[in-house]
Design a protein around this ligand. Structure first.
Ligand SMILES: [Zn+2]
Length: 410
């Protein structure tokens, strides 16, 4: 039996290539990449003195350094290479400005960072390559690596836009009753993405049954290649935390895009306009019941209560004056005046509405709709806002309390 030689696995061994005599490389390309990776990680510069597809020899660039590796075809039929000779010893010192980094290697290393920040300046790539990998590169090389990375990212994003119909179908299939809406523009007979609205059935149902009747709306910039903005609608759960209700991707935060979003949302949560033009809940849980329930308090305290009614109405929790009045009156406990929204049962019931996860994209049913092209819109000019615009209630008041801290009722 012959000696079993170790195979060089490019995917796993490239993190830290270790060579050995007798090691097998699947082809000359893999060997070149392995040597390149070794150079950049170990801080050495090597050069190929033989560079043919059947015979390659790499030696250390430093004068009189003995490091070298020689590989040749094991047999011409399968084209794999075997390391015939390897001397792992260097007597040279580390090179701090390794100029051998190829553009492809740079692209691979910086792809995740460019994906999360497509506007990363080439100079940042130069700096990061120098500090993290001890590799000196020119700005032009960094620029080319970035351009390659963006092409790769945009290519994969275009494929994802093409899958939107199938994605929405899968969402509705796994969560029946959900609303998904894709709006496209037609350019030269091709569908180009404009807007996407998603309201999942479990979130919608939970909101209608167990959330307080408040809807918070907000928007934020999307930092991807195509930009755009994300609009969201959230409710408040019984623990006073946010409950995501619906979300949409739109070209820009405008009156038109908000109107489109709110019209769809209103249909989903059964808000309709009455004859007076006021918005109402269709299947209202009659929040007014609460106001009637606190009626038993004496006439005398009514005046006192009236002043804090607004807050009590909004939160459905009695304020300090209310509690004093309830104790004065006696009979019922304070908890009886707190709305059942806040009960544990209501909280448990809300989170019983589980969103069913969807399958991986390879298992999605094909709807065979024409593929959607990525949007025509690009990032908005100027720097996107990083700090959220604070609500009127969120400032710091004179007593030093932040807006969300409990304010005394007046
Ligand atoms: Zn050396």
């Amino acid at each position: 039996m012959g000696k079993k030689f170790k195979h060089y696995n490019h995917e796993t061994d490239k993190q830290n290539p270790v060579f050995d005599t007798g090691m097998i490389f699947s082809d000359c390309k893999v060997f070149r990449e392995a040597v390149c990776e070794y150079c950049l990680l170990s801080g050495k510069e090597v050069t190929f003195t033989r560079n043919e597809k059947y015979k390659l020899k790499a030696v250390c660039k430093a004068v009189s350094c003995p490091w070298q590796i020689y590989v040749a075809w094991k047999n011409p039929t399968d084209r794999s290479l075997v390391a015939k000779y390897y001397n792992p010893n260097h007597n040279c010192v580390r090179v701090f400005q390794n100029t051998q980094a190829p553009s492809k290697w740079l692209t691979e290393k910086f792809l995740p960072r460019i994906q999360s920040n497509p506007t990363m300046p080439p100079q940042s790539i130069v700096n990061a390559a120098s500090s993290e990998f001890k590799v000196g590169i020119s700005r032009m090389k960094a620029y080319r690596a970035k351009a390659d990375a963006l092409r790769m990212i945009e290519g994969s994003i275009a494929e994802q836009y093409a899958m939107l119909w199938d994605y929405c179908h899968e969402l509705e299939d796994k969560n029946p009753g959900s609303t998904t809406k894709i709006q496209c523009e037609f350019v030269d007979g091709e569908a180009v993405f404009k807007r996407l609205y998603i309201c999942l059935e479990p979130l919608k149902k939970g909101f209608k049954m167990n959330c307080r009747s408040f809807i918070g709306l907000d928007a934020c910039h999307l930092n991807g290649v195509y930009g755009g903005q994300l609009l969201t609608a959230v409710g408040i759960d019984p623990n006073n935390e946010t409950w995501v209700l619906a979300y949409a991707v739109v070209e820009m935060e405008t009156r038109e895009s908000w109107t489109w979003f709110i019209d769809l949302l209103a249909k989903d949560v059964d808000i309709y306009q009455d004859s007076k033009g006021q918005a109402n809940y269709h299947n209202a849980r009659d929040d007014q019941v609460l106001v009637d329930e606190k009626d038993p308090v004496d006439e005398g305290q009514d005046e006192q209560l009236a002043s804090s009614n607004i807050k009590w109405d909004l939160s459905s929790i009695p304020c300090t004056h209310g509690i004093a009045a309830i104790h004065y009156k006696g009979g019922k406990a304070v908890e009886d005046y707190v709305h059942s929204y806040y009960s544990k049962d209501s909280y448990m019931a809300l989170y019983n509405n589980l969103t069913v996860p969807i399958n991986g994209s390879q298992l999605w049913e094909k709807t065979n709709q024409p593929a959607i092209k990525p949007p025509a819109y690009t990032r908005q000019p100027g720097r996107p806002r990083k700090v959220r615009i604070k609500g009127a209630e969120e400032g710091i008041d004179r007593s030093g309390k932040k807006g969300w801290e409990d304010k005394e009722c007046k």
